[in-house]
Design a protein around this ligand. Structure first.
Ligand code: KG4
Ligand code: ZN
Length: 342
Protein backbone atom coordinates (compact mmCIF):
# COMPACT_ATOMS: atom_id res chain seq x y z
CA UNK A 1 0.00 0.00 0.00
CA UNK A 2 1.35 3.44 -0.99
CA UNK A 3 0.44 6.19 1.46
CA UNK A 4 0.75 9.96 1.22
CA UNK A 5 1.53 11.67 4.55
CA UNK A 6 0.99 15.32 5.45
CA UNK A 7 2.55 17.08 8.45
CA UNK A 8 1.67 20.68 9.35
CA UNK A 9 1.39 20.65 13.15
CA UNK A 10 3.99 23.36 13.84
CA UNK A 11 6.48 25.20 11.65
CA UNK A 12 7.52 22.53 9.15
CA UNK A 13 5.33 21.79 6.15
CA UNK A 14 6.00 18.30 4.86
CA UNK A 15 4.56 15.88 2.32
CA UNK A 16 5.92 12.34 2.00
CA UNK A 17 5.14 9.07 0.29
CA UNK A 18 5.84 5.72 2.00
CA UNK A 19 5.18 2.20 0.65
CA UNK A 20 5.97 -1.50 1.16
CA UNK A 21 8.47 -2.28 3.95
CA UNK A 22 8.38 1.35 5.04
CA UNK A 23 10.21 2.40 1.90
CA UNK A 24 10.37 6.21 1.74
CA UNK A 25 9.67 7.21 -1.87
CA UNK A 26 9.94 10.89 -1.00
CA UNK A 27 9.97 13.12 2.07
CA UNK A 28 9.81 16.81 1.15
CA UNK A 29 10.20 19.22 4.07
CA UNK A 30 9.86 22.98 3.93
CA UNK A 31 10.95 24.70 7.14
CA UNK A 32 9.48 28.06 8.11
CA UNK A 33 12.21 28.67 10.68
CA UNK A 34 13.45 31.86 9.02
CA UNK A 35 9.97 33.41 8.97
CA UNK A 36 9.59 32.91 12.71
CA UNK A 37 13.18 33.59 13.78
CA UNK A 38 12.79 37.34 14.11
CA UNK A 39 9.91 36.83 16.57
CA UNK A 40 11.98 34.41 18.71
CA UNK A 41 9.43 31.60 18.35
CA UNK A 42 6.61 30.24 16.22
CA UNK A 43 3.82 32.69 15.40
CA UNK A 44 0.75 30.45 14.86
CA UNK A 45 -1.03 32.58 12.25
CA UNK A 46 2.13 32.97 10.16
CA UNK A 47 2.59 29.20 10.37
CA UNK A 48 -0.96 28.46 9.13
CA UNK A 49 -0.73 30.87 6.20
CA UNK A 50 2.60 29.48 5.08
CA UNK A 51 1.45 25.87 5.29
CA UNK A 52 -1.38 26.83 2.95
CA UNK A 53 1.00 28.50 0.52
CA UNK A 54 3.59 25.72 0.61
CA UNK A 55 1.42 22.60 0.38
CA UNK A 56 0.49 22.49 -3.33
CA UNK A 57 4.08 22.69 -4.60
CA UNK A 58 5.33 20.28 -1.90
CA UNK A 59 2.67 17.84 -3.04
CA UNK A 60 3.94 18.11 -6.64
CA UNK A 61 7.57 17.68 -5.52
CA UNK A 62 6.71 14.63 -3.39
CA UNK A 63 5.05 12.90 -6.37
CA UNK A 64 7.80 13.94 -8.75
CA UNK A 65 10.63 12.74 -6.53
CA UNK A 66 8.79 9.44 -6.01
CA UNK A 67 8.17 9.12 -9.76
CA UNK A 68 4.53 8.43 -8.94
CA UNK A 69 1.24 10.02 -9.95
CA UNK A 70 -1.74 10.85 -7.76
CA UNK A 71 -3.46 7.71 -9.02
CA UNK A 72 -0.79 5.56 -7.34
CA UNK A 73 -1.77 6.90 -3.89
CA UNK A 74 -3.82 4.29 -2.01
CA UNK A 75 -4.32 6.08 1.29
CA UNK A 76 -3.74 9.42 3.03
CA UNK A 77 -2.36 10.00 6.54
CA UNK A 78 -2.35 13.37 8.25
CA UNK A 79 -1.24 14.74 11.62
CA UNK A 80 -4.50 15.61 13.36
CA UNK A 81 -3.26 15.99 16.95
CA UNK A 82 -1.69 17.65 18.90
CA UNK A 83 -0.35 20.93 17.49
CA UNK A 84 -1.23 24.49 16.59
CA UNK A 85 -4.91 24.38 15.70
CA UNK A 86 -4.77 26.60 12.60
CA UNK A 87 -1.68 24.82 11.32
CA UNK A 88 -3.25 21.38 11.81
CA UNK A 89 -6.44 22.48 10.04
CA UNK A 90 -4.56 23.41 6.86
CA UNK A 91 -3.02 19.93 6.61
CA UNK A 92 -6.32 18.27 7.45
CA UNK A 93 -8.22 20.10 4.73
CA UNK A 94 -5.57 19.24 2.15
CA UNK A 95 -5.57 15.58 3.21
CA UNK A 96 -9.36 15.32 3.17
CA UNK A 97 -9.56 16.91 -0.27
CA UNK A 98 -7.04 14.45 -1.73
CA UNK A 99 -8.62 11.42 -0.08
CA UNK A 100 -12.07 12.49 -1.26
CA UNK A 101 -10.96 13.25 -4.81
CA UNK A 102 -9.05 9.95 -5.13
CA UNK A 103 -11.67 7.99 -3.21
CA UNK A 104 -9.04 6.45 -0.91
CA UNK A 105 -9.13 6.05 2.91
CA UNK A 106 -7.78 8.69 5.27
CA UNK A 107 -6.44 8.33 8.82
CA UNK A 108 -5.70 11.05 11.39
CA UNK A 109 -2.43 10.48 13.25
CA UNK A 110 -1.05 11.54 16.64
CA UNK A 111 2.14 13.58 16.12
CA UNK A 112 4.01 11.95 19.02
CA UNK A 113 3.23 8.42 17.89
CA UNK A 114 4.49 9.46 14.45
CA UNK A 115 7.78 10.70 15.97
CA UNK A 116 8.17 7.31 17.67
CA UNK A 117 7.38 5.49 14.41
CA UNK A 118 10.28 7.33 12.72
CA UNK A 119 12.55 4.71 14.35
CA UNK A 120 10.91 2.07 12.13
CA UNK A 121 11.87 4.02 9.02
CA UNK A 122 15.59 3.73 9.79
CA UNK A 123 17.53 0.52 10.15
CA UNK A 124 17.97 -1.49 12.26
CA UNK A 125 14.25 -1.34 13.15
CA UNK A 126 13.19 -1.86 16.77
CA UNK A 127 11.05 -4.85 17.75
CA UNK A 128 8.19 -4.41 20.20
CA UNK A 129 7.94 -3.76 23.07
CA UNK A 130 10.21 -0.83 23.69
CA UNK A 131 10.48 2.33 25.75
CA UNK A 132 10.11 5.54 23.78
CA UNK A 133 11.37 8.94 24.88
CA UNK A 134 9.86 11.71 22.77
CA UNK A 135 11.80 14.94 23.19
CA UNK A 136 10.59 17.81 21.03
CA UNK A 137 9.81 21.50 21.18
CA UNK A 138 6.40 20.88 22.71
CA UNK A 139 6.77 17.54 24.50
CA UNK A 140 9.03 15.49 26.72
CA UNK A 141 7.34 12.16 27.40
CA UNK A 142 8.23 8.57 28.17
CA UNK A 143 6.09 5.74 26.82
CA UNK A 144 6.01 1.97 26.87
CA UNK A 145 5.17 0.92 23.31
CA UNK A 146 3.67 -2.54 22.72
CA UNK A 147 2.56 -2.14 19.10
CA UNK A 148 1.12 0.40 16.67
CA UNK A 149 -1.81 1.98 18.51
CA UNK A 150 -0.87 0.33 21.80
CA UNK A 151 1.11 2.84 23.84
CA UNK A 152 1.20 3.55 27.59
CA UNK A 153 2.30 6.89 29.01
CA UNK A 154 4.93 6.44 31.75
CA UNK A 155 5.68 10.09 32.52
CA UNK A 156 5.89 13.54 30.96
CA UNK A 157 7.13 17.02 31.71
CA UNK A 158 5.23 19.06 34.26
CA UNK A 159 6.18 22.34 32.61
CA UNK A 160 8.62 23.09 29.79
CA UNK A 161 9.66 20.51 27.20
CA UNK A 162 13.38 19.84 26.70
CA UNK A 163 13.35 21.53 23.28
CA UNK A 164 11.47 24.47 24.76
CA UNK A 165 14.17 24.80 27.44
CA UNK A 166 16.83 24.83 24.71
CA UNK A 167 14.87 27.46 22.75
CA UNK A 168 14.19 29.71 25.76
CA UNK A 169 17.74 29.52 27.10
CA UNK A 170 19.14 30.30 23.63
CA UNK A 171 16.87 33.34 23.53
CA UNK A 172 18.22 34.54 26.92
CA UNK A 173 21.75 34.12 25.57
CA UNK A 174 20.80 36.11 22.47
CA UNK A 175 21.60 33.17 20.19
CA UNK A 176 18.52 33.05 17.98
CA UNK A 177 15.81 30.51 17.12
CA UNK A 178 15.50 27.54 17.19
CA UNK A 179 17.90 27.27 20.08
CA UNK A 180 18.50 23.52 20.18
CA UNK A 181 20.83 23.20 17.20
CA UNK A 182 22.64 26.45 18.09
CA UNK A 183 23.34 25.44 21.70
CA UNK A 184 24.29 21.96 20.51
CA UNK A 185 26.93 23.39 18.19
CA UNK A 186 28.36 25.85 20.75
CA UNK A 187 28.34 23.18 23.47
CA UNK A 188 30.95 21.19 21.56
CA UNK A 189 33.43 24.04 22.20
CA UNK A 190 32.59 24.50 25.88
CA UNK A 191 33.35 22.87 29.23
CA UNK A 192 30.29 20.85 30.36
CA UNK A 193 31.50 20.79 33.96
CA UNK A 194 32.07 24.53 34.27
CA UNK A 195 28.67 25.31 35.81
CA UNK A 196 26.44 23.10 37.89
CA UNK A 197 22.94 23.81 36.63
CA UNK A 198 20.07 21.99 38.37
CA UNK A 199 18.52 18.71 37.28
CA UNK A 200 14.94 18.33 38.55
CA UNK A 201 12.86 15.37 39.77
CA UNK A 202 15.82 13.03 39.89
CA UNK A 203 14.60 10.84 42.79
CA UNK A 204 15.07 7.22 41.74
CA UNK A 205 12.10 5.88 39.79
CA UNK A 206 10.55 9.29 39.10
CA UNK A 207 9.49 9.29 35.44
CA UNK A 208 8.31 12.90 35.28
CA UNK A 209 10.36 15.82 33.99
CA UNK A 210 10.66 19.52 34.80
CA UNK A 211 12.85 21.96 32.91
CA UNK A 212 11.48 25.30 34.10
CA UNK A 213 13.88 25.33 37.09
CA UNK A 214 16.86 25.00 34.75
CA UNK A 215 15.56 27.90 32.70
CA UNK A 216 15.19 30.05 35.82
CA UNK A 217 18.63 29.01 37.08
CA UNK A 218 20.20 30.19 33.81
CA UNK A 219 18.24 33.46 33.95
CA UNK A 220 19.46 34.16 37.52
CA UNK A 221 22.99 33.14 36.54
CA UNK A 222 22.95 35.59 33.63
CA UNK A 223 21.75 38.39 35.92
CA UNK A 224 24.77 37.80 38.15
CA UNK A 225 27.46 37.02 35.57
CA UNK A 226 28.51 38.95 32.54
CA UNK A 227 29.51 36.65 29.68
CA UNK A 228 32.59 38.32 28.26
CA UNK A 229 33.78 35.96 25.56
CA UNK A 230 32.59 33.33 23.13
CA UNK A 231 34.24 30.78 25.41
CA UNK A 232 32.03 31.94 28.32
CA UNK A 233 28.92 31.43 26.19
CA UNK A 234 30.16 28.03 25.00
CA UNK A 235 30.77 26.97 28.63
CA UNK A 236 27.21 27.93 29.60
CA UNK A 237 25.85 26.05 26.55
CA UNK A 238 27.89 22.95 27.36
CA UNK A 239 26.82 23.02 31.01
CA UNK A 240 23.14 23.47 30.07
CA UNK A 241 23.42 20.63 27.57
CA UNK A 242 24.99 18.37 30.19
CA UNK A 243 22.11 19.03 32.63
CA UNK A 244 19.46 18.28 29.97
CA UNK A 245 21.18 15.24 28.49
CA UNK A 246 22.01 13.68 31.88
CA UNK A 247 18.40 14.15 32.98
CA UNK A 248 17.07 12.43 29.86
CA UNK A 249 19.55 9.54 30.16
CA UNK A 250 18.77 8.96 33.82
CA UNK A 251 15.01 8.91 33.11
CA UNK A 252 15.51 6.30 30.39
CA UNK A 253 17.38 4.16 32.93
CA UNK A 254 14.52 4.54 35.43
CA UNK A 255 11.92 3.67 32.79
CA UNK A 256 13.85 0.58 31.74
CA UNK A 257 14.15 -0.53 35.38
CA UNK A 258 10.44 0.09 36.04
CA UNK A 259 9.22 -1.85 32.99
CA UNK A 260 11.99 -4.41 32.55
CA UNK A 261 12.11 -3.41 28.89
CA UNK A 262 15.63 -3.14 27.48
CA UNK A 263 14.91 -1.67 24.05
CA UNK A 264 14.75 2.12 23.80
CA UNK A 265 13.63 4.49 21.04
CA UNK A 266 14.49 8.18 21.32
CA UNK A 267 12.66 10.50 18.90
CA UNK A 268 11.54 14.09 18.31
CA UNK A 269 13.56 17.19 17.42
CA UNK A 270 15.92 17.02 20.43
CA UNK A 271 16.96 13.48 19.43
CA UNK A 272 19.02 15.25 16.75
CA UNK A 273 21.23 16.54 19.58
CA UNK A 274 24.81 15.35 19.25
CA UNK A 275 25.41 15.27 23.02
CA UNK A 276 22.30 13.16 23.55
CA UNK A 277 23.20 10.82 20.70
CA UNK A 278 26.65 10.13 22.09
CA UNK A 279 25.33 9.77 25.66
CA UNK A 280 22.86 7.19 24.31
CA UNK A 281 25.74 5.24 22.81
CA UNK A 282 27.49 5.28 26.20
CA UNK A 283 24.26 4.15 27.85
CA UNK A 284 23.96 1.26 25.44
CA UNK A 285 27.59 0.22 26.03
CA UNK A 286 27.32 0.65 29.79
CA UNK A 287 24.03 -1.15 30.44
CA UNK A 288 23.58 -3.22 27.29
CA UNK A 289 20.32 -1.48 26.36
CA UNK A 290 19.41 -1.59 22.67
CA UNK A 291 19.01 2.03 21.61
CA UNK A 292 17.30 3.18 18.40
CA UNK A 293 17.46 6.79 17.23
CA UNK A 294 15.99 7.79 13.84
CA UNK A 295 18.39 9.13 11.25
CA UNK A 296 18.80 12.90 11.55
CA UNK A 297 16.34 14.00 8.83
CA UNK A 298 13.64 11.88 10.50
CA UNK A 299 14.19 13.32 14.01
CA UNK A 300 12.61 16.72 13.41
CA UNK A 301 9.09 17.11 11.97
CA UNK A 302 8.58 15.30 8.67
CA UNK A 303 5.83 13.72 6.59
CA UNK A 304 7.51 10.30 6.27
CA UNK A 305 6.86 9.43 9.91
CA UNK A 306 3.19 10.34 9.40
CA UNK A 307 2.87 8.35 6.15
CA UNK A 308 4.70 5.35 7.67
CA UNK A 309 2.57 5.20 10.81
CA UNK A 310 -0.62 6.00 8.85
CA UNK A 311 0.14 3.11 6.50
CA UNK A 312 0.26 0.74 9.48
CA UNK A 313 -3.14 1.93 10.69
CA UNK A 314 -4.67 1.74 7.21
CA UNK A 315 -3.30 -1.81 6.75
CA UNK A 316 -5.01 -2.70 10.04
CA UNK A 317 -8.31 -1.24 8.81
CA UNK A 318 -8.30 1.91 10.96
CA UNK A 319 -9.88 4.86 9.15
CA UNK A 320 -11.05 8.37 9.90
CA UNK A 321 -14.22 9.89 8.57
CA UNK A 322 -14.47 13.16 6.66
CA UNK A 323 -15.52 14.69 10.00
CA UNK A 324 -11.94 14.24 11.26
CA UNK A 325 -11.01 17.38 13.16
CA UNK A 326 -7.88 18.97 14.60
CA UNK A 327 -7.25 18.45 18.32
CA UNK A 328 -4.60 20.78 19.74
CA UNK A 329 -4.11 18.98 23.08
CA UNK A 330 -4.98 15.28 22.84
CA UNK A 331 -2.65 13.15 25.05
CA UNK A 332 -1.02 9.91 23.87
CA UNK A 333 -0.97 6.65 25.80
CA UNK A 334 -3.66 7.57 28.31
CA UNK A 335 -6.23 4.83 28.95
CA UNK A 336 -9.42 5.18 26.94
CA UNK A 337 -8.02 7.70 24.46
CA UNK A 338 -7.39 6.06 21.05
CA UNK A 339 -4.31 7.51 19.34
CA UNK A 340 -5.51 7.44 15.72
CA UNK A 341 -8.67 7.35 13.64
CA UNK A 342 -12.03 9.06 14.48
O1 KG4 B 1 10.04 17.59 16.78
P1 KG4 B 1 10.29 19.00 16.40
O2 KG4 B 1 10.87 19.28 15.03
O3 KG4 B 1 8.98 19.86 16.51
C1 KG4 B 1 8.06 19.68 17.55
O4 KG4 B 1 7.22 18.76 17.43
O5 KG4 B 1 8.21 20.41 18.55
O6 KG4 B 1 11.24 19.61 17.53
C2 KG4 B 1 11.69 20.93 17.50
C3 KG4 B 1 12.57 21.15 18.72
C4 KG4 B 1 13.00 22.60 18.92
O7 KG4 B 1 12.78 22.94 20.27
C5 KG4 B 1 14.50 22.56 18.60
O8 KG4 B 1 15.24 23.51 19.32
C6 KG4 B 1 14.86 21.15 19.01
O9 KG4 B 1 13.77 20.36 18.61
N1 KG4 B 1 16.09 20.69 18.35
C7 KG4 B 1 17.23 20.42 19.02
C8 KG4 B 1 18.21 20.06 18.04
N2 KG4 B 1 17.60 20.12 16.81
C9 KG4 B 1 16.31 20.50 17.03
N3 KG4 B 1 17.50 20.46 20.33
C10 KG4 B 1 18.76 20.15 20.72
N4 KG4 B 1 19.75 19.82 19.86
C11 KG4 B 1 19.52 19.76 18.51
N5 KG4 B 1 20.51 19.42 17.69
ZN1 ZN C 1 7.45 17.21 16.33
Amino acid sequence: MIVLGIETSCDETSVAIVGENDHIYSNIISSQVELHARFGGVVPEIASRNHLEALPSLMDSALEEASLSLNDIEGVAVTARPGLIGALLVGLQAAKSIAWALDVPIVGIHHLEAHIYAAHLSSPKPEYPYIALVVSGGHTSLFEVFDVGNVRLLGATRDDAAGEAYDKIAKMLGLGYPGGPIIDKLASKGDPNKYDFPMAMMRKGNLEFSFSGLKTAVRVFLQKHELKSEQDIADVCASVQRAIVQTLIRKIEYASEATNVRRVVVAGGVSANSGLRSALEDLSNRLGLEVFVPELRLCTDNGAMVAGLGRQYLLRGVRSSMLLNAEPYRPLGVEGVPPAGD
